[in-house]
Write a protein that binds this ligand. Structure first.
Ligand SMILES: Cc1ncc(COP(=O)(O)O)c(C=O)c1O
Length: 418
């Protein structure tokens, strides 16, 4: 009779499929918000994340958005899939908003449009398309300093990214010479990321005259302009003014462009991930082909984009009455930010904060780029409970009548070394 014995051999745990994953520190701005949320100080002020706050420091649902939601509810909301390229009325109206009616009509047959996951998703989708059209992928020139995610979005897609300087940190102002020389020496056939307005984080935009100059160099040098347009209308309160560079490049210079639109800031639809990528191409045939490629890329990436925010935005943009209400909302937000910018500037001067603060009122958009040293930024957080990005970028929208003096006094105290 044979007996069977079972032998248990001790083996080492097999390697993980993810052993090569390296630890990546959390995103600095999202980590800062989490830290702020756990701070129990009654004095705490969040100037980190770029989200609009009303005069009471609360998130603001725009009245135009509120109205649009009510209309959608009355009509009856369902939760069906959108088409792969997104909601047609949203894509059309978003593009029309950015180009304005005359230019839109002129280039309509040469447009490719694709709804995307807010500004970030639009940039990512643009990257996917550019990569599918060029092998090896072209170089991407990125202004420095910039939004913290630009390099990550494009380098994670395999693009070689190169920074160029457009900012003069000693004068805290635009460095147009450096901008021009970077473009003049850029490799032809490369892509340049351009902040359409409200340059993050510095708030230093080229003037109209400077945009004309930059556009001409981009054309001569054979570069491809990719506009990151995350703040149209939110910057000045007027979409037409904020879209100047896009419209000039397309309408006057006849350039092909890609434009990445976000409705996070200008409609307050942050979490709804509402965005649109559009291209103005050379010909109708190119537009059809590029759009079909976008459709395939979108299908493999998210299948189809989220519906709610797109429905809200399309309802606003397609109604004269709601659009007028939205224009008022843009003025409310940009006006409050401008007023707080001035209030911070005045208070810093009143409290005798060492240094010159003129740059604060020269800058525009959501952010103020203070130009503080990292140890001051840290001290403001740890001793005064004032949170801002490590590079001393402050979201001006986080200021209000109640906290602006406290912020200015705290900065003054830190700089005086109390
Ligand atoms: C310059 C710039 N681009 C793109 C984005 C993307 O924003 P979202 O993906 O939330 O639309 C932001 C957000 O802060 C930004 O500042």
């Amino acid at each position: 009779m044979t007996t069977h014995t079972t032998t248990v051999t001790q083996t080492e745990a097999p390697p993980s499929f993810f052993d090569s994953a390296t630890y990546i520190p959390p995103d600095a701005i999202f980590a800062l918000t989490a830290e702020y949320n756990t701070d129990t100080s009654p004095n705490k002020v969040n100037l980190g994340q770029g989200t609009y706050r009303d005069e009471n420091g609360q998130p603001w649902v725009l009245p135009s958005v509120q109205k649009s939601r009510e209309i959608l509810l009355t009509q009856g909301l369902n939760h069906e899939y959108l088409p792969i390229l997104g909601l047609q009325s949203f894509r059309d109206n978003a593009t029309l908003m950015a180009l304005g009616p005359d230019l839109y009509e002129k280039v309509q047959s040469r447009l490719s449009t694709c709804q995307a996951l807010s500004g970030t998703g639009s940039l990512h989708t643009a990257g996917l398309l550019l990569r599918s059209c060029h092998s090896p992928p072209p170089k991407i020139y990125i202004p420095s300093p910039t939004w913290s995610n630009h390099h990550q979005v494009f380098s994670s897609l395999g693009f070689p990214c190169e920074s160029f300087t457009y900012y003069d940190s000693s004068h805290k102002d635009l460095n147009i010479e450096s901008y021009i020389s970077a473009l003049k020496t850029a490799t032809p056939g490369s892509v340049v990321i351009l902040h359409a307005c409200a340059h993050n984080p510095t708030g230093c935009d080229p003037t109209k005259q400077q945009w004309i100059q930059l556009g001409q160099i981009i054309k001569e040098r054979g570069l491809f302009p990719l506009f990151d347009a995350a703040y149209l209308g939110f910057n000045s309160g007027n979409v037409d003014d904020d879209a100047f560079a896009i419209r000039y490049f397309v309408g006057e210079l006849g350039l092909e462009v890609a434009v990445c639109l976000s409705f996070a800031k200008n409609m307050g639809l942050y979490g709804e991930r509402t965005g649109c990528l559009f291209l103005v191409t050379r010909s109708k045939e190119t537009a059809v082909n590029a759009q079909s490629t976008l459709e395939m890329l979108q299908r493999s990436e998210v299948s189809n984009p989220p519906a709610y925010g797109a429905k809200i935005a399309a309802t606003i943009l397609s109604s004269r009455e709601l659009k007028d209400l939205w224009y008022k909302d843009l003025e409310t937000m940009s006006g409050r930010i401008r007023a707080m910018r001035v209030a911070l500037y005045n208070s810093l001067n009143d409290y005798g904060a060492p240094g010159n603060w003129d740059h604060l009122v020269r800058q525009s958009g959501m952010f103020g780029f203070l130009g503080l040293e990292p140890d001051v930024v840290l001290k403001l957080k740890e001793e005064y409970h004032i949170y801002m990005a490590g590079n001393s970028r402050v979201s001006i929208a986080g200021l209000n009548e109640t906290n602006v003096e406290y912020v200015a006094r705290s900065i003054a105290e830190c700089l005086k070394g109390y």
